[in-house]
Design a protein around this ligand. Structure first.
Ligand SMILES: Nc1nc2c(ncn2[C@@H]2O[C@H](COP(=O)(O)OP(=O)(O)OP(=O)(O)O)[C@@H](O)[C@H]2O)c(=O)[nH]1
Ligand SMILES: [Mg+2]
Length: 421
């Protein structure tokens, strides 16, 4: 297993509400999720970043010594490094040195399965690399063919930049096409008039576990960060008979690299288009409040900060002190406590969802001719049939149906509506 030495930096000049211990522990989780072994995590408090090495000379020496002693393969920084800083540190230490953004990009590129996911990661990676090119040759492994030949009079650096910009443009154009395709699908869905609920939240909060439970799906889940990259939508029938679409998306993170959010905007369209967001939080994590804020920050970047939101405090099975749970719940207005693992309060969540959408439902009592059995089937599938009587002169049905579906069928001349509430 590749051995990693972590450098978690706290800059006095930086306005970040996160405690250094939390920044350090999250970096460890990221590194383990990337499949590396953490041998040591050095915490550095610095006045400000230096141009040459990011951290002070003394620290550079100390870390170099530890890196040799522990025989580490890679040094990983909690902060982004410039190309110069990265090269200087690699030269002094003789070790591969990367930053948090590169680490996250690496995790994403390993996890990306769909063609769209892969293109998005590649776009983010190239945008990260572009300002860091030096002309001395940067290894663009796995980027499909590397960098092409130079035109007359061009320096190597210019040629590299030109090639990368070309590739970025091509990726953007290709992503636009797949985005269009996605929009067509979601328009189709909208024409079915089903409300869309998007699961959002910090990575590892339990979004996919909850989706699996609610819709009997088999979306992969794991304790590693960023398990889900590709969105998945499923249908779900609420207790009031309302059918909805529920979708799972990529998890968020504190200080998520901007390029990555940009590149994933198309996938995150599900979130921007949703009628309701379910914000899933891991109530057993002591960084709960910070996680919640990080999610709200990403939602603002997506322009989805004002969407109706239901806060779900998940993993209550991991908290023994129930009174602490009640106190925590008060910090999140309108939240509910659940466990996607033990299924505690799952019914309550379903009721809350039904309540949210109940304004969209209408109760009908009607009579249908016996020749319209397919409509009875339709009601069983798309609405909630409360009572049905097969009478001599027709089929009498009492049902709750969504207002949008009702609008679609109400002009049917075979329908005799007795009452509508
Ligand atoms: N104890 C406990 N564990 C849970 C619960 N819900 C989810 N987990 C675990 O938490 C880990 C993360 O769950 P996921 O469903 O993969 O989380 P996610 O939010 O989809 O994560 P990303 O896809 O990375 O964004 C897994 O190991 C789950 O088994 C819960 O209610 N209780
Ligand atoms: Mg997931």
């Amino acid at each position: 297993m590749e051995k990693a030495l972590l450098v978690s930096v706290q800059l006095k000049t930086e306005k970040d509400s996160w405690r250094i211990e939390d920044i350090a522990s999250e970096l460890e989780e990221l590194v383990s999720s990337a499949g590396l072994e953490v041998v040591e995590n050095v915490i550095c408090a610095c006045e400000r970043a230096t141009a040459n090495y990011f951290i002070g000379k003394g620290k550079v020496e100390e870390i170099g010594f530890i890196a040799q002693e522990d025989n580490v393969d890679t040094v990983i920084f909690s902060h982004d490094l410039s190309g110069t800083q990265q090269r200087n540190l690699e030269r002094v230490w003789g070790k591969k040195t990367i930053d948090r953004t590169q680490l996250i990009l690496d995790i994403f590129s390993r996890r990306a399965k769909s063609p769209e996911g892969k293109m998005q990661v590649e776009l983010a990676l190239l945008q990260y690399l572009l300002p860091r090119l030096t002309g001395k040759g940067i290894i663009l492994s796995g980027l499909g063919g590397g960098i092409g030949t130079r035109g007359p009079g061009e320096t190597k650096l210019e040629a590299d930049r030109r090639q990368i910009r070309k590739k970025i443009d091509k990726l953007r154009a290709d992503l636009k096409i797949s985005h269009q395709h996605r929009l067509t699908i979601s328009k189709k869905r909208k024409s079915n008039n089903l409300p869309v609920v998007a699961l959002v939240g910090y990575t590892c909060a339990g979004k996919s576990t909850l989706l699996n439970l609610l819709t009997a799906s088999t979306q992969p889940v794991s304790e590693k960060l960023f398990t889900t990259l590709d969105p998945l939508s499923k249908s779900l029938t609420l207790p009031n008979g309302q059918n909805i679409i529920i979708s799972d998306t990529v998890g968020f993170l504190h200080d998520l690299p901007h390029h990555l959010i940009e590149a994933f905007k198309a996938t995150l369209e599900e979130v921007a288009q949703a009628d309701l967001l379910i914000h899933v939080l891991d109530v057993a994590d002591h960084r709960l409040v910070e996680h919640g804020q990080a999610v709200l920050d990403v939602l603002s970047e997506l322009g989805a900060q004002d969407k109706p939101m239901l806060v779900v405090l998940n993993k209550i099975d991991l908290v023994d002190d129930r009174s602490w749970l009640e106190i925590t719940q008060k910090d999140f207005p309108d939240s509910i406590l659940i466990s996607a693992k033990t299924q505690e309060n799952l019914g309550l969540l379903m009721e809350k969802l039904a309540e949210h959408f109940s304004g969209l439902m209408v109760n009908l009592k009607l009579i249908l001719p016996h020749t319209r059995m397919e409509l009875v089937d339709f009601f069983y599938r798309q609405a909630k049939v409360k009572e049905i009587d097969y009478l001599e002169d027709g089929i009498k049905i009492d049902l709750d149906i969504s207002r949008t579906l009702f609008n679609r069928i109400q002009k049917d001349k075979d329908l005799k509506i007795i009452s509508q509430l």
